[in-house]
Design a protein around this ligand. Structure first.
Ligand code: PMP
Length: 398
């Protein structure tokens, strides 16, 4: 069957079906189902009521650069960053809301791709250090834009031309914490601009080691809480002109962002922040979203490592421990994806996993070799457990 890029379209099991021996399990996409049981417990608290006459206008706040963003969402985003301490989002920063950070990535490319030299009409090169998030290249190339083009692996980029480097930290697919590499090599030259994609810079995935303050920082609600279906992302932008151009791009592509989604996200962020302000009263730590979801991910990583340690086929990298300013504990990174390497004899990890009826995404999509494959760890419990069973039963005959 053709895989058109949507979950479950390739014959894999559908939500709420228990995997049987013959069904494929789809760990290709990072659909964040692991957080659903937590939100099921919080259903009532997070309910929003929207009346027939509510939210009808295109406009939200015409005094703000991002005029379609509801003030309650803007305030909730600032409050969340203040509580978590992962990014500086004070009043001196501009927040632009988007339909997922996917739209904001493209808006940022649009805003940053104008050359400082008006006589230069060449498309600007977009680079990222391999292994890089597979969608960047597709999103850059899909429209064959005259403004920007894919420039490949930032580590080997050596053109004396303007470029935009995307820095993903923690990185998708491999979970490492990254800094700009092309810019570092050229010692902060005038040619490079940066987009920081912080989709996974939340306490359940990695220790919060610093409050970042970069020019353009992208966040997504999809990975923060798991509400991917609301399609809300936001950018924190220093330069008002960049924020204006990003807003203009979103106006051109969708005249704003669903207000139903904005209201829902503002409500859920409010529930999270309120719960942290109540710590020490009646709440148990497992009632707190980031503590709860970190425990879920840590348990999955512990189980996965135990299986991989016994395997003569698969291996995984180790992550360094760091002090987390948010949880005030030392902890490891627990990435949303496992970046699995197959041993010597197996050249194509994705195909090997497919022979175990597991869909994954092979290393080549991320700009590296096929010995690696990315496997989502954000699936439901039954699917995760079935995945462990399948890889623990696999042994190479020696
Ligand atoms: N950046 C990274 C690194 C991601 O992994 C994802 C989602 N897989 C996105 C951006 C896009 O997220 P969304 O469009 O759902 O906000």
């Amino acid at each position: 069957k053709v895989n058109n890029g949507f979950p479950y379209s390739n014959g894999a099991i559908k939500p709420h079906f228990t995997p049987s021996l013959n069904s494929f399990i789809n760990l290709d996409q990072g659909d964040p189902e692991v957080f659903a049981p937590y939100w099921r417990k919080k259903s009532e608290e997070c309910t929003v009521v929207i009346k027939g006459s509510d939210l009808m206008s295109y406009m939200s706040d015409m005094t703000n650069v991002c005029w379609f963003m509801l003030p309650e969402l803007r305030d909730a985003i600032r409050r969340l960053h203040h509580v978590v301490g992962n990014a500086s989002a004070g009043m001196d920063k501009h927040i632009v809301v988007g339909t997922g950070s996917t739209q904001l990535f493209q808006a940022a490319l649009f805003a940053l791709s104008r050359s400082s030299d008006p006589s230069n009409h060449n498309p600007i090169n977009v680079v990222a250090a391999a292994p890089y998030y597979s969608e960047y290249q597709d999103e850059v190339e899909v429209l064959r834009s005259g403004l920007y083009r894919w420039g490949g692996d930032a580590r080997v980029y050596d053109k004396n031309e303007e470029y935009i480097e995307v820095v993903t930290a923690p990185n998708n697919p491999c979970g490492s914490i990254r800094r700009a590499v092309a810019m570092a090599r050229s010692e902060g030259d005038e040619l490079g601009k940066l987009i920081h994609d912080f989709a996974y810079y939340w306490p359940q995935y990695t220790p919060i080691t610093e409050e970042y303050d970069h020019d353009v920082m992208l966040f997504t609600f999809s990975k923060c809480t798991g509400h991917a279906g609301s399609r809300i992302g936001w950018a924190i932008v220093k330069d008002i002109e960049v924020a204006r151009k990003m807003t203009r791009f979103i106006q051109m592509s969708s005249i704003g962002v669903s207000k139903e989604s904005q209201i829902r996200v503002a409500k859920i962020i409010g529930v999270i922040c309120d719960s942290y302000q109540k710590i020490g009263s009646s709440l148990q730590s497992d009632d707190l979203f980031f503590e709860h979801s970190k425990r879920m991910l840590r348990e999955r990583w512990d189980k996965l490592r135990a299986v991989v340690d016994k395997s003569n086929i698969f291996s995984l990298d180790k992550y360094p421990k760091n002090y987390c300013n948010f949880t005030r504990q030392n902890s490891e990174t627990y990435p949303a994806f496992a970046w699995i390497k197959c041993c010597g004899a197996i050249e194509d990890c994705e195909s090997y996993l497919r022979s175990l009826k597991v869909y994954s995404r092979g290393g080549k999509r991320f700009g590296v070799d096929g010995k690696y494959a990315r496997v989502s760890l954000l699936c439901r419990d039954e699917v995760f457990n079935e995945f462990l069973t399948r890889i623990s039963n696999a042994r190479l005959q020696v």
